[in-house]
Design a protein around this ligand. Structure first.
Ligand code: PEP
Ligand code: MG
Length: 600
């Protein structure tokens, strides 16, 4: 297989291959949590609930209500157990998912409606719960708002839990020995409860990179592939499976060739990882002395320690909107201050770049509005400029957390100079206010702009006059430049970071920033792709902020290359006409120069 066809195969989202001889099946999904797993399948099929419907006589209604109340108590007890288990295992931030579910159990309007259905509509307990929660769940699912759709899953989980407890059914989440768990979908609670077994990996039909299964399995350090569309229908408990959480592939009932290939891949990864440990305290510097600031993208409390362990020079992207996960309201100034201060303290003496709320688009946001096209709608800086009280509260918290002089702010979704100018007025006002109140802060705190909208990339030179640094967000830049929805699995293959137009946008941004002598970094996913490292260094990037798990690999590449040679390679890559040619060329170059870096 040529390198290019391998590339195409890797990025095809849902294509299956069937080898009729041994029933071997390869399914491509979405790589959700890195790692390789090899073992027997356990198909997790939670019992489908069946609702019995009956007309309740008036004298029975209080008994039915009592059943609901008892079930709510049992459900709360179960959720509290899962909550504390999650807190112990992966920290407070992730446990908030279950706090949100407990809150649903206490919603007075919801309970009133359920009791009303029993008393006035004469429904029995389980059908009243089912009817009321399904109504809410469906209205959320129909909303054109990803935050609400996520909340709909929480409602669905809670609904099943309450009904299961009314029916006094037990939940089985234990199995013997080790296994790769295969399921149609996994709720956050299933993911956590199953992890008490010896789970080698998770493979699910549904889910995306930001689904709960994906987020939790990354924290649990269990390899996972999601969005496999039909794995739960073709796998049977006891089947052998190889799960590749790096490339997002599973091989069901593998043949000898697969087993040999994956054993070799695992061996290479293990060897490589051992070598990476020694790099931890060394700088990301090319062999001819060009220094790159190599930092990590991290925002959850439990990720902050891992960042230092991986040898990052601080945090290059702290997505402050992560503070909103599992909440219906914005955190107040003090709550925000605590989170920013913690991050600044943990990475000191390195820097933390905190991006102000990038809400809207596909992200969480407690301001509920319906938009036909949220990615092109009210998002990021647009919301903050329209809601100055929200913006200024965040700015006050950020400035107050800056006294160690290691905090920088980053403005998301900038499309041109006017938004920067408007944001700067608020920044100036907040500084004046803090000075008047004698509250200490870093008067020289740097402010940067995200370059993630093509118009901003084109205007990079003008924008660079107003800010202290630029940070290229390739996730959105590619989406908006190539008109490819970043979250749509059907068109994953069109989301091409090596598209020549993307390379030219990046080069233009770098040139614009450098003309004004400011630092230009990158914090989108492309920054952490080892195949892109030589290209980006050669183009002149000053810093890369990457997901912590790939950081040592990127550092190893930077430390093995010569800047002048990388510049030559980049110039050559920029002459190529298609994404496949660029990818192919870079992959070949990396393989030749650094044969021990495992790719893909
Ligand atoms: C980006 O767009 O590349 C980026 C880093 O921001 P986010 O993924 O949070 O939109
Ligand atoms: Mg972005």
């Amino acid at each position: 297989m040529s390198d290019q066809s391998e590339y195409i195969e890797q990025i095809k989202p849902f294509e299956d291959k069937n080898d009729s001889n041994n029933d071997r099946t390869v399914i491509h999904g979405i790589a959700a949590s890195p790692g390789l797993a090899f073992g027997k399948v356990f198909v997790f099929e939670p019992k489908t609930i069946e609702i019995s419907q009956r007309i309740v006589e008036p004298e029975e209604s209080e008994k039915e209500i009592e059943q609901v109340k008892q079930s709510l108590q049992r459900s709360e007890k179960e959720l509290n157990k899962i909550l504390s288990f999650t807190e112990q295992k992966i920290g407070n931030a992730k446990a908030r998912i279950f706090e949100a579910q407990i809150l649903i159990l206490h919603d007075p309007d919801l309970l009133d409606q359920i009791f009303h259905r029993i008393r006035s509509e004469r429904k029995n307990a389980e059908s009243a719960v089912y009817g009321e929660l399904t109504k809410i769940q469906e209205s959320m699912l129909n909303a054109n708002d990803p935050y609400l759709r996520e909340r709909a899953d929480d409602i669905g989980d809670v609904k099943h839990r309450i009904i299961r407890n009314i029916q006094q059914e037990r939940l089985f989440s234990r199995f013997k020995g080790t296994a790769i768990v295969v399921a149609k979908n996994l709720s956050p609670a299933d993911t956590m409860l199953l992890s008490r077994n010896d789970v080698l990996g998770y493979a699910t039909d549904m889910g995306g990179i930001t689904s709960h299964t994906a987020l939790l399995s990354r924290s649990l350090k269990i390899p996972a592939v999601v969005g496999l569309s039909r794995v739960s229908r073709v796998a049977t408990t006891g089947d052998e499976m190889i799960l590749d959480g790096y490339s997002g592939t599973v091989v069901l009932r593998p043949n000898k060739g697969d087993i040999d290939r994956y054993t070799e891949k695992r061996r290479r990864y293990a060897l490589f990882e051992e070598k990476l440990v020694v790099l931890r305290d060394l700088p990301a510097e090319t062999t001819d002395g060009r220094r790159i600031t190599l930092s990590a993208n991290a925002d959850l409390e439990e990720e902050l320690d891992f960042v230092g362990f991986q040898g990052a020079e601080g945090i290059g992207l702290f997505r402050s909107e992560s503070l909103l996960i599992g909440r219906d309201t914005f955190p107040n100034e003090d709550e925000q201050y605590d989170a920013y201060w913690l991050a600044a303290e943990k990475v000191y003496p390195h820097n933390v770049i905190i991006r102000v709320f990038d809400i809207g688009g596909d992200k969480v946001y407690p301001l509920m509005i319906e938009e036909n096209n949220p990615f092109l709608g009210w998002r990021g800086i647009r919301i903050l400029l329209d809601r100055p009280e929200l913006f200024k509260t965040q700015l006050r918290a950020l400035f107050r957390a800056s006294t160690k002089k290691n905090v920088k702010i980053l403005l998301p979704m900038i499309s041109g100079v006017s938004e920067i100018a408007a944001a700067m007025i608020h920044i100036r006002d907040v500084k004046t206010e803090l000075r008047e109140k004698n509250i200490p802060f870093d008067g020289n705190m740097q402010v940067g702009a995200m370059i993630e909208i093509p118009s901003a990339a084109i205007m990079a030179r003008e924008i660079a006059r107003l800010v202290d640094f630029l940070s290229i967000g390739t996730n959105d830049l590619i989406q908006y430049l190539l008109a490819v929805d970043r979250g749509n699995p059907t068109i994953t293959k069109l989301f091409q970071e090596f598209h020549p137009a993307v390379l030219r946008m990046i080069q233009h941004t770098l040139d614009g920033g450098h003309k004004r002598n400011i630092h230009v970094g990158m914090c989108g996913e492309m920054a952490g792709d080892p195949i892109a490292t030589i290209l980006l260094v050669g183009m002149g990037i000053d810093s890369l902020s990457v997901v912590p798990s790939v950081l040592p690999e990127v550092k190893k590449i930077i430390r093995s290359i010569n800047y002048k040679e990388a510049a030559k390679i980049s110039r050559r890559a920029m002459t190529l006409g298609t994404p496949e040619e660029v990818f192919d060329y870079l992959k070949r170059t990396l393989k030749t120069k650094l044969p021990d870096v495992p790719i893909g």
